[in-house]
Design a protein around this ligand. Structure first.
Ligand code: GDP
Ligand code: MG
Length: 570
């Protein structure tokens, strides 16, 4: 494939607008996968992705397509839609020259549509606007086209109306990809320059790095160097993703594929790193901003005897998710554990779910917090830390108030798209959360886009839920209502004990809410009429297993998901 017949592109969209479904259709049309009824989110390989119907990890696939007598090699990179994973979007985009921007014909432009558009726009990529789900009864593609024109300055006639589900006009999208997205600008005759834009860990083969070649060629036996670590490797295998790994003889400039070169840890294949030939050093590519975790939580084994198992599970899982940070930690109540840093709450939940599903681990997660900075005023502390500003990721480690001149907290720019009847309530909610308005724009007659600067701490746990509940007409006094709700939830989630339990919410010493959990005697074998001994044993074993899922705090057993459920106020 000469460079002119290569296209590297990505699909970007707000969550649920149909990226993965469109990707499935593109894979089918090009014969990459066969047409069956079972092709649902083929690129979503992780169990958690299939269960939640979201894409967590970006996956690539190379497609072969003949258009007007020319064979094209199209590399498609699917991207996650949720904001927590937007770092995956931007790194995927670095391997592309263009994007398909998918917008739901019924929902119209949503917050993540805007954020993703700007990622592509700032990377100077060609943008193909696609309006999906035109088969829906309430589809209003005309309105969405006008929104796209108003917000993104793209003429309405450039939008392609499709149904990814039924396949309508999907072929047109492929043709547009070929016409509108430029081939990568690079040359096979140049020295090798390969961008590592993602990496995964395989138990048997070590690191599998996803690479985009910006120059030269690469094949088995080549001796390469990492610009980042300066380490040398010999290439064992290269290939393309279809979407499973398919080894090829070589990869050439402009192509996207994978590489295996005896790297043992994901840190050796740093995202954004440049690989080059040992004998032909090159100027490294600009690379990426490193991702900073913004949500921290303690993680503890439910049972301390599981500590070492959890430790090795954590080590293995973080190999595949280098955006999670891990620090050892311990707590009086929960024993030895870790403090983990995540990109957001969904990221934390997904990580937790993967620990459970892929490693069979059950853990306790503590309340999520954001990192704070403290500007130190005490000469003694400045000397002790060797700097006058420290980052605090654990609330238990806040320095003494007297030795700090100022605390700084993370601030985020948030975009909210809403029907205009909720504007008043939303503005009040934002003000309650100490947010500062940056923008207010009507994107059509009855939809508004708001932009606010939020203190991250105010929105990290429950802002989205609060926002959603506005439309169902709630408004309440924060602390009292929150306290009451927490107590009620705990009452539901904590199993009754042999004694009465008081569940109280307090601000400082003031009790603001209380629930009482009545005593109860749990006797799992009571229903066995004494007779059947195997049944009895089975029930007792099951009860023992159930206990593993509990955590004793004082004398009360708290189911581990009570922590998360209570925090989310589900
Ligand atoms: P993603 O989150 O952007 O990857 O979205 P998905 O591809 O997972 O699609 C989200 C939901 O929308 C799924 O239930 C799809 O079946 C559905 N969907 C996707 N495309 C269409 C379409 O063209 N028409 C209809 N009616 N539903 C669609
Ligand atoms: Mg998806």
């Amino acid at each position: 494939y000469p460079v002119e017949s290569i296209r590297n592109f990505s699909i970007i969209a707000h969550v649920d607008h149909g990226k993965s479904t469109l990707a499935d259709r593109l894979l089918e049309i090009t014969g990459t996968i066969s047409k069956t009824d079972h092709n649902k989110q083929v690129l979503d390989k992780l169990q958690v992705e299939r269960e939640r119907g979201i894409t967590v990890k970006a996956q690539s696939a190379s497609l072969f397509y003949n258009h007007e007598g020319i064979n094209y090699l199209l590399s498609l990179i699917d991207t996650p839609g949720h904001v927590d994973f937007s770092y995956e979007v931007s790194r995927s985009l670095s391997a592309c020259q263009g994007v398909i921007l998918v917008v739901d014909a019924n929902e119209g432009i949503q917050a993540q549509t805007v954020a993703n558009f700007y990622l592509a726009f700032e990377a100077q990529l060609s943008i193909i606007p696609v309006i999906n789900k035109i088969d829906l009864k309430n589809a209003d593609p005309e309105r969405v086209e006008k929104q796209i024109e108003k917000l993104f300055d793209i003429p309405t006639d450039e939008c392609i109306r499709i149904s990814a589900k039924q396949g309508t006009n999907v072929e047109k999208v492929l043709q547009k990809v070929i016409e509108k997205i430029p081939p990568p600008q690079c040359n096979t005759a140049d020295p090798l320059k390969a961008l590592v834009f993602d990496s995964t860990f395989d138990h048997y083969r070590g690191v599998v790095a996803n690479i985009a070649l910006f120059g030269g060629e690469i094949a088995k036996g080549h001796k390469i160097v990492s610009a980042h670590t300066k380490k040398r490797y010999e290439v064992n295998e290269v290939g393309i993703l279809t979407p499973n790994e398919q080894p090829t003889h070589k990869l050439y400039a402009g192509q996207v594929g994978y590489l295996i070169a005896g790297m043992k840890e994901v840190t050796e294949a740093q995202i954004g790193d440049t690989l080059f030939l040992y004998k032909q050093p090159v100027e490294p590519l600009p690379g990426f901003k490193s991702v900073k975790p913004m949500v921290f939580a303690g993680m503890y084994p439910v049972d301390q005897t599981e500590y070492n198992n959890l430790k090795s599970a954590l080590e293995r899982l973080t190999l595949n998710d280098s955006s999670v940070t891990v620090h050892r930690d311990s707590s009086l109540a929960l024993g030895a554990g870790w403090r983990l840093g995540f990109l957001g709450l969904l990221h934390m939940e997904v990580f937790n779910q993967r620990l459970e599903q892929e490693y069979n681990m059950s853990v306790i997660l503590t309340a999520p917090t954001v990192p704070y900075k403290a500007v130190l005023s005490s000469a003694k502390l400045i000397k002790e830390y060797g700097k006058d500003q420290i980052t605090i990721i654990n609330p238990a480690q806040f320095p003494d108030k007297l030795s700090v001149s100022e605390y700084l907290e993370p601030i985020v720019l948030g975009t909210i798209v809403t029907p205009h009847e909720y504007i008043g309530k939303i503005i009040t909610l934002c003000q309650d959360r100490r947010a500062v308005q940056k923008d207010l724009l009507y994107i059509d007659e009855n939809r508004v886009m708001l932009k606010y600067l939020f203190p991250l701490n105010e929105i990290v746990v429950d802002f989205y839920d609060a926002l959603k509940s506005l439309s169902s007409g709630y408004a309440r006094d924060k602390a009292y209502a929150a306290g009451k709700l927490l107590c009620e939830h705990l009452k539901e989630t904590i199993p009754r004990q042999l004694f009465e339990i008081a569940i109280q919410a307090a601000i400082g010493k003031k009790i603001i809410a209380r629930e009482t959990l009545k005593p109860y005697r749990k006797n799992v074998v009571a229903k066995c009429y004494g007779g059947d001994i195997t049944r009895r044993m089975k029930l007792l074993r099951r009860q023992a297993e159930g206990k593993r899922l509990m955590r004793k705090i004082g004398n009360v057993e708290v189911p581990r998901d009570a922590f998360i459920r209570v925090l989310k106020r589900e």
